[in-house]
Ligand binder design. Structure first.
Ligand SMILES: Nc1ncnc2c1ncn2[C@@H]1O[C@H](COP(=O)(O)OP(=O)(O)O)[C@@H](O)[C@H]1O
Ligand SMILES: [Mg+2]
Length: 1108
């Protein structure tokens, strides 16, 4: 699909009339025709869209077209109704301006179609979503419903709107539709009962009869035959191109979408059927006795069926058709109706029923489509009101419709022609006023409060007395006669007296769109819109809920005697409200033009078009736009749009927008008289200037697109590069951290090692110092001790010396005194007196000494060593001698108490002392032990009986000793017996005698000096016993054994004293060899400390532990 990017692209004729050269009515029409012939039905005058009715379907409303126009600038593409819709929608959404779309044109010019196109475009471009789509669908589907009930075929238009419609579509801030409100204006209800020639009743009647199923029709008591119904005109019941049956289905479907309940749809259809039935009720006159005619219903069947449909009691309705009750104040007067009145009442009921049904439909639709939220919303109003109408026979309805169109024209003039010219003045642009026709004067003729036609009509209607259309016309003739736009045969204006085109019962108004001849007949009635109260009360009694609802004034409880406002008054008021409403919104105009009167495509009737162009004031519109300036735009958007054309304004202009535009224009070298600067807008005179700007802009945009592409690519590459760089930095940072961590770990462990060495070294140094310090302290103490010792000793010596000296002094002094005394007293004594005194003194002293000894003599124990101290030195000898004597005496005393046995024991102890005292270390331990002798109790123990008997002499000592084996130094237990005759060694277990040595054979005994029990019995060489060699024995009771052996040997008469050798090394004769036994001091060991080891053949070493 080719996309147009400029108004100029492939343009047929001129798209915007403002650009038309030369500008004349002819060229204007020619341009329209040229474009129309090429299927270009839309043309702009500035922002106003002129729409020509093509009377055929054109392929310019496709979804692709919608996309093409979406979000594009108004002038960018070729003219289209979508461009206007888009502009309106966007400024609503983006600039928060309420919009209204005013569609004007005469009947059949395409207004309704245009309004539908606008709505469908907005629906297509606004937001999507389930909820939004539902709202859209409901808004769009309200059209078929209203069209079915409110549109009809007229001579001008097969689908002519017979009501005015203004629809407010509400949007939220995002531009999504929220809902809508529809206002309807004056339905042409006269059509229900009567249609002009060649026209039809409202579509819905035909649709129902052709589209409803047989079943439905049966229920509604209808026949599928138009001809059976008086209210349906027959000559044009079928319209070419209109499929009533299909439309009926569409309508039913639409009602469902909009939200009508099934029973509501049914009720509506019942009412429609009732209207048809109503039309078939006919009356006949019945003469009454008073000579008047009274109406009677001809055939009650239709009435019955209708009553059944609406649930009305037949008699009630029947009565309403025969009588009329007039209530005035307290009175109630009932009059009978004649046939004409009955017909009038019937038609009034039918019209009211239908028009109220229509209003109810609008209310019901509004209920469905109203916005659900109370949030602030923006509004787009679409006004599609019946177009200007000129029929052969124009009545009250046409008058009202044309009045409404006058008002719309007024608003157009106000906002475009007047506004525009005022804008120039406001903006300070030099301006010469352009004349145009202002239809305010016509509006005034109709709506003036005092002498306007509507005011007079109301006055007539409300006036007491007989009121007819003639009286109304008379009134007009008198009051409006002088008005420029009012024409009447009867008026005082002689000009029309002979005008045969102006019948007597008519008046003519020169509307802005042409002269229209109105027939006065029916004006009063239609304005009164009278429905007999009996009728409304009959309707209120109906069981049908909808119909009851439609006639609230029929409620007897709410009887209102006040006249309801007239139709004209109501319409004027609602049009007034509408105009005020439109003025608050930003207007967008679509001016529809009809190309021909035949509803035919491809036919362009110059005169007809020219007429419309004239009365629509389009030429003036173009002129005003062009005379000054073809194009204007506020500085900001203008600068925004063209700033790329100048280096100084691109991309941003910092100063005020106006200065920016000035710079821009200067830079583009636009001739100065081609444009003007207003206060807030720039005005461009020549459209060509604008086009050249647009063209340059288009060029520039291409370059900019390239630039943007370039910058974007650069940006993309750079972003990528930066990302890579960033990543690289991250990676290297992590690596560095890792490496640093490793390095740190190494340094840390090294540091720890170094630290530990240093600390060790420091600690050792400190220890050394401390030790040194301690030694010093000890040395100091020692030295101090020595020093103190020395000091003390010196002091002691000194003290001693002192004491001695003192003593010596005393002695010397005593001697000296004695000498002195003696020298002094010598002369008084005799020569031998001294000797006598001396003797006496000595004697006294001796006496005292001996007497003293008596009391101080020590105890009698021989071991006590105490002895009193000597009193005088000269008694030293005596004192010692006395002590000795005393001791001897004491011992003798002690000894004299001993028995023989005890003497023997002490003798032995004495002997032992003589032999061993201070010679052998074992001795001291033996002193306290008594010498028992027979340890084995050999005489008593039966075990040794045999041994005992084998020994002939008395046993002095019996004990177990160890015989030391020469080979290994170990001992073997032997029984050792000592008798007076000799020594016997026997086996310890058996008691068998191993050896027997007679005492004389013993040469000597050898023992060590130490604390051991070893002793050797040495035999005399050559004796009988010596053959086996000497004995080396060991016993704990060595001292006793040797002592007894020594004593026994001494007492034996025939032997000499036994020799006892005490030495640490002696020789022992074993068999043939002499072995040396050597005693050494060894370390103390557990158990028996003494051990004997053979060192070699000649040496046995006995190790004796040192005694502690
Ligand atoms: N844009 C259009 N494209 C095709 N046909 C159109 C267009 N506008 C109007 N028509 C035809 O003209 C007829 C009358 O248009 P309509 O909008 O009903 O006129 P109005 O509402 O102004 O009386 C329509 O029924 C339709 O056939
Ligand atoms: Mg219409």
């Amino acid at each position: 699909m080719e996309v147009k990017t400029s108004l100029l692209d492939n343009m047929i004729g001129v798209g915007d009339m403002v650009l038309l050269e030369p500008l004349s009515e002819d060229s204007f029409i020619e341009n329209l025709r040229n474009r129309f012939d090429h299927n270009e039905i839309y043309t702009y005058i500035g922002s106003v869209v002129i729409s020509m009715n093509p009377y055929r379907a054109l392929p310019i409303y496709t979804p692709e077209k919608v996309e093409e126009y979406r979000n594009r600038n108004f002038y960018e593409l070729s003219p289209h109704i979508y461009a206007l819709a888009d502009e309106a929608y966007r400024s609503l959404r983006d600039q928060d301006k309420d919009q209204c779309i005013l569609i004007t044109g005469e009947s059949g010019a395409g207004k309704t179609e245009a309004s539908k196109l606008v709505m469908s475009y907005v629906a297509a471009v606004c937001g999507k979503g389930q909820e939004v789509n539902k709202v859209k669908e409901q808004l769009l589907q309200s059209n078929p419903v209203l069209e079915a009930f409110g549109n009809a075929k007229t001579v001008r238009n097969d689908n002519s709107s017979r009501f005015g419609k203004y629809m407010d579509i509400e949007f939220d801030f995002k531009g999504d539709p929220l809902g809508g409100v529809i206002s309807n204006y004056l339905l042409e209800k006269s059509r229900v009962v009567k249609q002009p020639r060649g026209e039809r009743n409202f579509h819905v009647f035909y649709q129902l009869l052709s589209g409803a199923s047989d079943d439905t029709l049966k229920k509604l008591k209808l026949d599928r035959d138009f001809s059976k119904y008086n209210y349906l005109s027959l000559d044009s019941a079928a319209v070419i191109g209109l499929d009533d049956a299909a439309n009926f289905r569409t309508v039913k479907n639409a009602m469902q979408i909009v939200g009508f309940m099934e029973d509501e749809v049914q009720s509506v259809l019942q009412l429609v059927a009732a209207v048809l039935k109503l039309g078939n009720i006919e009356f006949k006159p019945e003469s009454r006795s008073n000579g008047t005619d009274e109406s009677r219903i001809k055939d009650k069947n239709d009435l019955k069926e209708m009553c059944e449909l609406l649930g009305i009691e037949q008699s009630v309705l029947e009565r309403a058709f025969s009588y009329r009750t007039v209530e005035a104040k307290q009175e109630k007067v009932s009059t009978t109706l004649n046939v004409a009145q009955a017909y009038y009442a019937r038609d009034a009921l039918a019209k009211n029923l239908y028009s109220r049904l229509f209003s109810w439909l609008v209310t019901r639709i509004n209920e469905s489509i109203k916005a659900q939220t109370k949030a602030r919303h923006k509004v787009m109003g679409v006004l599609d009101i019946y177009g200007f109408e000129i029929f052969e026979d124009n009545s009250f309805e046409q008058f009202i419709i044309n009045y409404c169109n006058e008002k719309l024209q007024q608003i157009f003039i106000e906002l475009t022609l007047r506004e525009e010219q005022e804008e120039y003045v406001r903006e300070g642009i030099e301006w010469t006023n352009i004349e145009y026709f202002n239809n305010a004067i016509i509006c005034d003729l109709i709506e003036n409060h005092q002498n306007g036609i509507l005011a007079m009509l109301d006055e007539e209607c409300l006036r007491p007395g007989t009121v007819t259309d003639e009286t109304f016309l008379d009134k007009l003739n008198t009051i409006c006669a002088g008005h420029k736009h009012f024409e009447s045969r009867q008026s005082k204006n002689s000009k029309f007296l002979t005008d045969h085109s102006l019948p007597h019962n008519c008046f003519r108004i020169q509307h802005y769109a042409g002269k229209v001849l109105y027939r006065a007949e029916g004006f009063v009635d239609k304005n009164n819109d009278l429905l007999y109260r009996d009728m409304s009360q009959a309707m209120y009694k109906a069981k049908h809920s909808l119909i009851k609802q439609l006639f609230p004034e029929g409620n007897p409880a709410k009887v209102n005697l006040k006249r309801p406002p007239t139709a004209g008054f109501q319409f004027k008021a609602s049009v007034g409200t509408l105009m005020r409403n439109l003025q608050t919104k930003n207007p967008n105009y679509i001016r529809c033009i009809k190309p021909n009167d035949k509803k035919a495509s491809h036919i362009f009737t110059d005169t007809l078009v020219c007429h419309q162009v004239r009365y629509l004031g389009l030429m003036e519109n173009v002129r005003v736009r062009r005379a000054g300036y073809a194009f204007r735009q506020a500085y900001e958007p203008c600068l925004e749009r063209y700033k790329m054309l100048c280096k100084r304004t691109w991309p941003h202009w910092k100063g005020p927008a106006r200065e920016g535009v000035e710079v821009l224009m200067a830079d583009l070298q636009v001739p100065a008289d081609d444009f003007s600067y207003g206060r807030s807008k720039i005005f461009i005179r020549n459209p060509r200037t604008l086009f050249s700007l647009e063209e340059r802009r288009r060029q520039c945009l291409q370059d900019l697109a390239t630039l943007i592409q370039k910058i974007y690519r650069g940006h993309k590459c750079r972003s990528h590069f930066l990302l890579l760089k960033k990543s690289q930095i991250v990676v290297s940072a992590w690596y560095r951290r890792y490496a640093q961590e490793k390095k740190y770990q190494k340094i840390k462990s090294a540091t720890t090692v170094v630290q530990s060495y240093t600390r060790g070294w420091q600690a050792r140094k400190l220890l050394r110092e401390l030790k040194y310090q301690k030694r010093c302290e000890e040395a100091v103490t020692t030295i101090a001790a020595f020093w103190h010792g020395t000091q003390a000793r010196m002091e002691l010596r000194r003290l001693k010396q002192e004491a001695q000296n003192k003593h010596a002094v005393t002695v010397i002094w005593a001697f000296w005194q004695g000498t002195k005394v003696r020298r002094d007293y010598r002369k008084f004594f005799r020569a031998n007196a001294g000797k006598k005194i001396y003797d006496f003194t000595i004697q006294r002293i001796m006496q005292k000494y001996f007497l003293g000894l008596k009391s101080t003599s020590p105890p009698m124990s021989p071991v006590d060593k105490s002895w009193p101290a000597r009193p005088y030195r000269f008694l030293d000898g005596v004192h010692a001698e006395l002590r000795k004597i005393f001791h001897h005496w004491r011992c003798k005393k002690y000894r004299s108490q001993f028995t023989e046995e005890k003497k023997a024991v002490y003798k032995e102890k004495l002997e032992a002392s003589e032999i061993f005292k201070d010679k052998k270390a074992l001795y001291p331990s033996s002193v306290s032990q008594p010498f028992k002798g027979d340890y084995l109790e050999i005489t008593k123990n039966p075990k040794y009986q045999k041994l005992n008997s084998s020994v002939d002499a008395k046993v002095l000592l019996a004990d177990v000793v160890n015989k030391i084996n020469r080979a290994n130094g170990k001992g073997t237990a032997r029984i050792f017996l000592l008798t007076k005759k000799g020594v016997v060694l026997a086996d310890q277990k058996t008691g068998q005698v191993k050896a027997s040595v007679p005492l004389p054979d013993l040469a000597s005994v050898s023992v060590s000096t130490q604390n051991d029990g070893f002793f050797a019995l040495k035999l005399k060489e050559g004796s009988a016993s010596a053959i086996k060699g000497d004995f080396l024995l060991s016993s704990e009771r060595l001292i006793e054994i040797i002592t007894k052996l020594h004593l026994t040997g001494a007492t034996a008469a025939d032997s000499e004293r036994l020799n006892i050798d005490i030495s640490d090394e002696f020789l022992v004769q074993f068999n043939h060899d002499k072995v040396c036994v050597k005693f050494i001091q060894g370390a103390a060991r557990n158990g028996n400390g003494v051990s004997c080891k053979r060192k070699n053949n000649r040496l046995l070493e006995v190790s004796v532990p040192t005694t502690a």
